[in-house]
Design a protein around this ligand. Structure first.
Ligand SMILES: Cc1cc2nc3c(=O)[nH]c(=O)nc-3n(C[C@H](O)[C@H](O)[C@H](O)COP(=O)(O)OP(=O)(O)OC[C@H]3O[C@@H](n4cnc5c(N)ncnc54)[C@H](O)[C@@H]3O)c2cc1C
Length: 567
C-alpha cells in the first residue's frame, strides 16, 4: 500500500472498484437507463482518485494535530480546531462536502457506493474529520433531500453542499440510547404556519456544534415507544437551542460530541410528523453501513502501519514479520480488512439499488447484510488495531507511532449507531422467523467451489447446527406450540438472545468467506486469501456451536434471580 494516494495506492480498494462492483446496475439506477456507463464510471473513478490523493497528502498528516488539540471550548463556545477546519475547507473546495446531493442543489450526485469509498479513505486518514464530514454534512443533506419540502431543500441543501453550514442528527437522549422508544423530547405544533416547538435534551450528538440540527421528537401526544415520532429541523441562530457542552473523551477527540438543550425551540417538520421512526430507519441502514466502513478505514490505517513497522523492525537477527507469530498476525489483519471491505461494498451496492432502483430483492439482502457489516467492520477494526499495537511492542503506546490513536478511535465504532449487541439482535431480526425459516437466504443459495467452498459449506453447517441446538432448547421451554407459530416472549427466546452475538459472529464470518470465495473465482490470485477466510469461518462457527452446546444455563438463571430481586 502506498501512502500518497489512499485510492490508487490501495490495491484492495482498487480491486473492489474495478472488479467487484457491478457499476452498470448502479449507473442505470442512479442516472437512468440511457446513461453512458463507461463514461460515468470513469468520472466516479477519477473522483475517488482525486479524493484519495488529497486525503492521503493533506488530511492524514494533520490527523495527529486534530487529535492532540481536540475540541475548542472558548467562552462557552464549542468549535472545531483549526487543522480540522482546514481538512473540511479542502474537502469543500474539491466539491466533496455533501457529494451525494444532486447537481440542482450544488452536489455531484455521487452514488452511495462512491461516497462510502471516500468515507473509508477519510476514516483511514482521520476518523474525527470523517465523522464531522459524514454526520455534519452528508447525513443532514441526505435526510433533507429525501424527506424535505421544496422550501427546506432550497434553504439547506446548497449550503450543505458547499460546506457553508454544518448540521447534525439528534436521536439519543440521556435515558434513551439503544432504546430509542424511551425518548422524551416533544414537538408541539404552534399556530397554522408549520411552526413546531421542541422541548427536551439530546445527548452525544456528533457535530452538535453546527448551525442546524435534525431532531427526532415525540409529536403525537400520548404515543409511546417508536410510534408517534417525527423528524424536525431547527436552526441554531439566535440561540434557538443551546449547545450545553462537548464531552471530554479519549476517542475521535477532534469531533465535538455535544449535549443539546431545546426549550421553546422553533422547528419545521421534516416529512410526515408521526412517520419519524420509519424515516430515520432509512437513514440508519446507510449510517450503519457507514460506521462499518469507518471501521475498515481505521483498520486499514493500522494494518498499513503495522506492515511497514514489521518489515523494518529487526529482532533476533531478522525483521519481526519473519517470526511466525507476527506473520500470522499480519495475515489475520489482511484477511479481516479485505473480508470486511468485500462484504461492506457488496452491501453498499445493494443500498444503491434500494435507494435509486427501489429493488425489493436488494432491500431484503441489504437488510440481512447491514448489521453484519456494522458488526464485522467495527469489531474487526478493534481487533486489527489491537494487533497493530502489539506488533509495535513498546512503541505502540508512544503517541508518535499513531497506532494508539487508531486503537482509541476504533473503540467508538462498535458503540455508536447501534452497539454490537443491538446489531446482533438486528442480524437475527425476528428470532421467531429465524427459528422457523433458517438464518440466511444469501448463504443458503451460495455454493463456492474449491477448498474455500468446502470450508464455507462446513461453516454454514455449524450455523445450522447452532440453530438446531437453540430450537431444541426453545422446544423444551415452549413445547410443540412453537411449531404452530405461538407468540414468543423475550423470556421464551432467552437462549437465542443470549447467543445472538455468537450467531452474528458466525454469520458474519461465513458471509465474508462466501464473498471472498466468489471473488477468488474471478481473480485466481485471491485464492489463498479466500481460503484463509473460509478456514477462519469454519473455526469460528465450530467454536460458537460448541459454546452454545456447552451453555450450562447459569446466565439465564442469574437473570431470573435479578428479576426476582426487582419484584
Ligand atoms: C462519540 C459518540 C458520538 C455519537 N453520535 C451520535 C449522534 O450523532 N446522534 C445520536 O443520536 N447519537 C449519537 N451517539 C449515541 C450512540 O448512538 C449511543 O451511545 C449508542 O446507541 C448506545 O446508547 P447508550 O450509550 O445509551 O448505551 P445503552 O443503550 O445504555 O447500552 C449500554 C450497554 O447495554 C447494551 N444493551 C442495551 N440494550 C441491550 C439489549 N436489548 N440487548 C443486549 N444488550 C443491550 C449495549 O449494547 C451496551 O453494551 C453518539 C455516541 C458517542 C459516544
Amino acid at each position: 500500500m502506498n501512502a500518497t494516494n489512499f485510492f490508487s495506492g490501495n490495491p484492495d480498494l482498487v480491486e473492489v472498484f474495478d472488479k467487484a462492483v457491478s457499476w452498470d446496475r448502479i449507473v442505470r439506477a442512479v442516472e437512468g437507463e440511457t446513461a453512458d456507463v463507461t463514461a460515468t464510471v470513469a468520472t466516479w473513478r477519477e473522483v475517488c482518485d482525486l479524493a484519495g490523493r488529497y486525503i492521503a497528502t493533506e488530511i492524514a498528516p494533520r490527523a495527529a494535530k486534530v487529535d492532540e488539540i481536540g475540541v475548542i471550548r472558548d467562552d462557552g463556545q464549542i468549535r472545531m480546531n483549526e487543522p480540522m477546519l482546514e481538512n473540511l475547507r479542502g474537502l469543500a473546495e474539491l466539491g466533496l462536502a455533501s457529494p451525494s446531493v444532486p447537481p440542482d442543489y450544488g452536489g455531484a450526485s455521487l452514488p452511495f457506493t462512491v461516497t462510502m469509498m471516500i468515507a473509508e479513505m477519510l476514516a483511514r486518514a482521520d476518523l474525527a474529520t470523517q465523522v464531522q464530514h459524514g454526520i455534519g454534512w452528508n447525513s443532514p443533506a441526505a435526510l433533507i433531500y429525501r424527506f424535505g419540502n421544496d422550501e427546506q431543500k432550497a434553504r439547506y441543501l446548497p449550503r450543505l453542499a458547499k460546506g457553508e453550514i454544518m448540521g447534525a442528527v439528534a436521536m439519543t437522549e440521556p435515558q434513551a440510547g439503544s432504546d430509542v422508544g424511551r425518548l422524551a423530547t416533544t414537538a408541539t405544533q404552534q399556530g397554522g404556519d408549520g411552526c413546531w416547538i421542541l422541548k427536551g435534551r439530546k445527548q452525544f450528538i456528533s457535530a452538535g456544534q453546527g448551525d442546524m440540527v435534525i431532531v427526532l421528537a415525540r409529536c403525537v401526544a400520548g404515543s409511546t415507544g417508536l410510534d408517534g415520532l417525527g423528524m424536525f429541523v431547527a436552526d441554531r441562530e439566535r440561540d434557538n437551542y443551546v449547545v450545553e457542552r462537548a464531552e471530554h473523551k479519549f476517542t475521535i477527540r477532534g469531533s465535538p460530541t455535544c449535549a443539546l438543550v431545546f426549550e421553546g425551540t422553533r422547528a419545521t417538520a421534516l416529512g410526515n410528523p408521526g412517520d419519524g421512526w420509519k424515516q430515520i430507519l432509512t437513514f440508519m441502514n446507510e449510517s450503519r453501513l457507514g460506521v462499518g466502513i469507518q471501521g475498515i478505514g481505521v483498520a486499514t490505517a493500522a494494518f498499513a502501519k503495522a506492515s511497514d513497522y514489521a518489515a523494518q523492525r529487526v529482532q533476533m537477527g531478522k525483521p519481526i514479520r519473519e517470526h511466525p507469530m507476527v506473520a500470522e498476525m499480519l495475515l489475520d489483519m489482511e484477511t479481516t480488512v479485505a473480508g470486511a471491505r468485500a462484504l461492506a461494498y457488496e452491501a453498499a451496492v445493494l443500498q444503491d439499488l434500494v435507494m435509486f432502483g427501489r429493488d425489493q430483492d436488494a432491500a431484503r439482502d441489504a437488510r440481512e447484510l447491514t448489521p453484519l457489516v456494522k458488526w464485522y467492520g467495527t469489531e474487526g477494526a478493534v481487533r486489527v488495531c489491537r494487533l497493530a499495537l502489539q506488533i509495535h511492542g513498546g512503541y505502540g503506546v508512544v503517541d508518535e507511532y499513531d497506532v494508539g490513536r487508531f486503537m482509541r478511535d476504533s473503540l467508538i465504532t462498535p458503540i455508536y449507531e447501534g452497539t454490537s449487541q443491538i446489531q446482533s439482535l438486528m442480524a437475527l431480526r425476528a428470532p421467531a422467523s429465524l427459528v422457523r425459516r433458517g438464518p440466511s437466504r444469501i448463504l443458503a443459495r451460495a455454493s463456492p467451489g474449491g477448498r474455500a467452498g468446502s470450508d464455507f459449506a462446513a461453516a454454514r453447517g455449524h450455523i445450522q447446527g447452532s440453530l438446531r441446538l437453540l430450537v431444541a432448547r426453545l422446544l423444551r421451554r415452549k413445547g410443540p406450540a412453537l411449531l404452530r407459530g405461538a407468540e414468543l416472549s423475550d423470556e421464551d427466546l432467552g437462549p437465542i438472545l443470549l447467543h445472538a452475538e455468537r450467531l452474528t459472529e458466525s454469520l458474519a464470518h461465513t458471509h465474508v468467506a462466501r464473498v471472498l470465495a466468489e471473488r477468488a473465482r474471478l481473480i485466481p490470485e485471491r485464492r489463498r486469501l479466500a481460503e484463509r477466510a473460509a478456514r477462519t469461518a469454519l473455526l469460528v462457527t465450530e467454536r460458537n456451536r460448541r459454546a452454545i452446546a456447552l451453555d450450562d444455563g447459569s446466565v439465564l438463571e442469574r437473570i431470573a434471580a435479578w428479576r426476582s430481586e426487582r419484584s
